[in-house]
Design a protein around this ligand. Structure first.
Ligand code: 87C
Ligand code: MG
Length: 485
């Protein structure tokens, strides 16, 4: 349990599995692709949820809960939305020994569950906008290699489903939610992301356009979709007959959005910040931000030391800092240091006889190992400064590492070289789907094909005459390409 058998840069896959288990986030389960989320993971999920739920309530989202099950004919209602995914849909076919009349699907997402009722509830413009969010689990029976948090057959998410009278309102909300996803990643998980638009081929087939926040894992050279915010246009309104009577008494179809982030975000954070001692938690999402450990010496006054530790924890908790005491008698301080480092706790406070005598505490940072002695009178102020410093340092370090992986290229040969070099490729593209398909075909292999990750909203300058790296046709945009999760 103590210490890591694998190194991040030697065997990333094994290292990752070890970190999520040794830090007590995950317990493996006897069904492939399913994992037990233990408190160290759920508390992180809940800290993010606290922020996100408060923000969407400001946007007037209302909480709903729809059934887990959806009938076959409703699920099939939207052909091209579902047919590409059909193998992933899990079905209930029996109860006890007897077969069900008709198989029932377990929700892989809730558009088809919700929208027949949106149609029923929306009559006039006064019923708009309708703003529905649910926190729940979904099931997708994926076949490619399952990975805790990153790719599992059941995961937790929030799914927002909103309905507007006009496209303008929908377009605006898509970007408001995308900004919240950026904040989740950059301000809480300290993971840098790019905001951008998915290509026609990579977007949600049932929608009009898809925006996303994209992260990147330098160790594997793979992009990873962090969260998505889709404008569905009027496609689902047509399918599910969701219309309203506008002010002029005319019948018109609504405009819709749907958006989600999932427990995958936790895995991205682990991959980004973890090191060879285990997990490294950004303070904003750390269930315990400061662990206080008594360091008793043989003839020292253990009672006084323990008392100092308890009052340190109390003072920090009173200041709203998530501090805890590890006073277990059956473990040495050294063992405790390693265990809390494995769990990624941002700060450790050691209090021994010398600290007691000098009315100080020793604080050790998890991110860079720095040790500093702080007068007990400055405790809260200094802990706050250190926690903020760790949060900033983790994001800055991750941003530098990611930016060092970005490879702007111009030609096919540069593209394939960068791909093999595990780079995040920035390439001028003609924006033709045929070309995207062609690149996929030409880069097929056991590591997976290259694909477009997104077209970043923040576009570098594109000199006129620049040609597409793959087709030689005039390039219209810079897009991020690479292998992905
Ligand atoms: O789920 C979405 C779109 C949308 N669903 C709601 C939240 C936002 C966004 O994820 C796309 N999608 C992905 N994966 C699947 C489906 C699917 O619709 C349906 C069948 C099973 C697999
Ligand atoms: Mg999928």
């Amino acid at each position: 349990k103590l210490g890591m058998a694998y190194k991040k840069d030697d065997n990333f896959g094994e290292w990752y599995s070890e970190v999520v288990v040794n830090s007590e986030m995950i317990e493996y389960y006897d069904i492939s692709g399913c994992y037990i989320l233990r408190p160290w993971a759920m508390e992180i999920w809940e800290l993010m949820k606290e922020f996100f739920d408060a923000e969407i309530k400001k946007l007037k989202l209302k909480p709903y809960y729809f059934p887990l099950f959806v009938t076959e004919n409703v699920l099939q209602k939207e052909k091209d939305h579902i047919e590409g995914f059909a193998p992933e849909v899990a079905w209930v076919t029996k109860s006890g020994k007897s077969d069900l009349e008709a198989p029932i699907a377990i929700r892989p997402t809730s558009e088809t569950v919700m929208y027949p009722y949106f149609s029923k509830w929306i009559r006039s413009h006064r019923d708009l906008p309708l703003k529905c969010n649910q926190w729940c689990n979904v099931v997708r029976w994926e076949f490619s290699n399952p990975t805790p948090f990153i790719r599992s057959r059941e995961f937790l998410w929030q799914e927002g489903h909103t309905v507007f009278a006009t496209k303008e309102e929908a377009d605006e909300e898509v970007l408001q939610i995308l900004e919240l996803y950026r904040r989740i990643y950059e301000e809480f998980l300290a993971v840098p992301v790019f905001k951008g638009r998915k290509s026609e081929m990579e977007k949600f087939a049932g929608g009009l356009y898809t925006t996303s926040v994209e992260a990147f894992i330098p160790n594997t050279g793979r992009g990873i979709q962090g969260a998505t915010s889709h404008c569905l246009g009027q496609n689902f309104a047509k399918m599910f007959d969701i219309t309203f009577e506008n002010e002029k008494g005319e019948r018109s179809m609504v405009w819709q959005n749907s958006w989600a982030y999932t427990t995958r975000s936790i895995g991205v954070m682990v991959m980004t910040h973890g090191d060879d001692k285990g997990l490294v938690l950004p303070p904003k999402v750390a269930p315990i931000q400061v662990i206080v450990i008594p360091v008793p010496f043989k003839d020292a006054d253990t009672t006084a030391i323990k008392g100092a530790c308890e009052s340190t924890v109390y003072t920090l908790n009173q200041a709203g800092i998530r501090a805890d005491l590890d006073a277990r008698e059956n473990y040495s301080p050294g063992w405790k240091y390693s265990q809390w480092e494995m769990k990624g706790v941002p700060l450790r406070i050691e209090i021994g006889p010398k600290d007691l005598a000098n009315k100080q505490v020793r604080i050790v940072r998890r991110d860079n190992g720095a040790k500093v002695d702080i007068p007990s009178t400055d405790l809260v102020e200094q802990v706050r400064v250190l926690l903020d410093g760790i949060q900033v340092n983790l994001l800055e370090t991750a941003k530098q590492k990611r930016d060092a992986c970005i490879a702007p290229i111009s030609t096919w040969d540069e593209f394939t070289a960068a791909l093999n070099d595990k780079k995040l490729i920035l390439a001028p593209w003609c924006d033709e789907e045929e070309v995207e398909k062609d690149v996929k075909a030409r880069t097929k292999g056991e590591l997976g094909a290259a694909k477009t990750l997104c077209t970043p909203f923040d576009q570098p300058d594109l000199p006129s005459g620049t040609v597409c790296f793959a087709s030689g046709k005039p390039a219209t945009k810079w897009s991020f390409w690479g292998r992905s999760y």
